[in-house]
Design a protein around this ligand. Structure first.
Ligand code: PMP
Length: 400
């Protein structure tokens, strides 16, 4: 029956992990996977997560099904976290929130909802480049995905003019997927002024913003600052969707904790939207998983745990920002050809180094350093133990 099914290409990141694991060199460094690592290269369970887990265990909870929309104490707190404590949209009951299977599940739920209720033929615009799964998710939901200009390889920064031109050229009413902060894979975010220009064009074109927020608090260390773009668009009167992930900022990767929010113009519209998203979510997952949502809910609703979490966010983002500074400094000291300022100007989990495919291959085979073919490195893979080796290796492949 399935003899004619073509073999799908291997997943680039998972493939990289396999190669890394098979490498027996003591010098090997994994800069592929987008997960936080401490300075010893180990995953870090946040202390607030451990405390929340203990409290959950001790309270002898049961394991009944959640409602379709999920754990209300979690989804309410998640909405406040992303939209702000003073959100007018929340006060006016114009927000509906559904617990999702992390950020991916939120995107998937949103994509399926939009496919049913936007005019037929509505296209989705994705940044070039973007997280590899975006196209897959929207196409799988039956939506056509196109690209908007985003990155300028010459400056290793944002191509704002190109981006605005793409948004102007797209059909009116397109869905535009925007990385709320810490753009993956480039680490390049618009400034607040650039966000205003993007909003101007999107408002004129009646485009629908779909924010993907996988790194709130993880980028700058400040939960509010990282939510700027979303709150700004909503203040300007946009209706929008938000896919919110707690994988990175709470370190709950495998627990799959996330939320899909839709902000509408009126509470009447929101009631109708809620009823339809419930149908879609029921078809896909019936109801969401309980454990991770309970953990997140404990942290978000307890002022003391919340304050401790913010400290951990500053620790994680601070370590990454420090690694950026140290890597740049070493490349400057080595007088590695080129300008390396972009490493400190970029933000979040990733840096787009500007290394070309041949250099990426060379750094892997010669120096046992693993990164994706586009030259993206996960900053969390760097530590004071391996940064000299990585800087010298970059220097070597850039010169040769
Ligand atoms: N969007 C972006 C841009 C991401 O980088 C990620 C994580 N790699 C996600 C969404 C979703 O991740 P998760 O499903 O683990 O929350």
């Amino acid at each position: 029956r399935f003899a004619e099914v073509p073999l799908a290409p291997p997943d680039a990141i998972l493939n990289l992990s396999t190669l890394y694991k098979a490498d027996t060199s003591a010098k090997k460094v994994d800069l592929g996977v987008g997960a936080y690592r401490d300075n010893d290269g180990k995953p870090w369970v946040l202390p607030v997560v451990r405390k929340a887990e203990t409290a959950i265990y001790e309270s002898q909870v049961e394991h009944e099904y959640l409602p379709i929309s999920g754990l209300k104490s979690f989804t309410d707190a998640a909405a406040t976290l992303i939209l702000g404590g003073d959100s007018v949209a929340i006060k006016e009951n114009r927000v509906t929130s559904f617990q999702s299977i992390s950020g991916t599940g939120a995107l998937c739920l949103g994509a399926n909802f939009l496919k049913h209720f936007l005019p037929q033929g509505t296209i989705v615009l994705l940044s070039n480049p973007t997280w590899a799964n975006h196209k897959n998710i929207f196409n799988t939901a039956g939506l056509e995905a196109h690209e908007y200009v985003y990155y300028n390889p010459a400056t290793l920064g944002l191509n704002l003019e190109g981006m605005l031109a793409s948004l102007r050229e797209a059909p009116n009413g397109s869905v535009v997927v925007l990385h709320a902060c810490a753009h993956n894979p480039t680490g390049v975010d618009p400034t607040q002024d650039q966000w205003k220009q993007i909003a101007d064009v999107m408002q004129t074109k009646n485009h629908f913003p779909f924010f993907d927020c996988a790194y709130q608090g993880f980028a700058s260390g400040d939960l509010d600052r990282d939510a700027f773009a979303i709150r700004y668009f909503i203040e300007r009167g946009f209706e929008c969707s938000v896919a919110q992930s707690f994988a990175k900022n709470l370190g709950l990767y495998g627990e799959r904790v996330g939320c899909y929010h839709v902000v509408s113009r009126t509470s009447e519209i929101t009631d109708k939207v809620r009823s339809q998203i419930a149908r879609v979510s029921r078809a896909i997952i019936s109801n969401p998983p309980l454990y991770g949502a309970r953990v997140a809910s404990q942290v978000l609703n307890d002022p003391q745990l919340l304050a401790e979490w913010k400290e951990s966010l500053r620790a994680m983002s601070g370590r990454i920002i420090e690694m950026r500074a140290q890597l740049r400094q070493r490349l400057v000291e080595l007088q590695t050809p080129g300008n390396w300022d972009h490493i400190v100007n970029q933000i979040g989990m990733f840096s787009f180094t500007g290394l070309k495919l041949a250099q990426v291959e060379a750094i892997k085979s010669k120096h046992h350093i693993y990164m994706t073919g586009n030259g993206r490195i996960s900053m969390a893979g760097l530590s004071t133990r391996n940064i000299d080796h990585v800087a010298q290796a970059i220097d070597d492949v850039v010169r040769n």
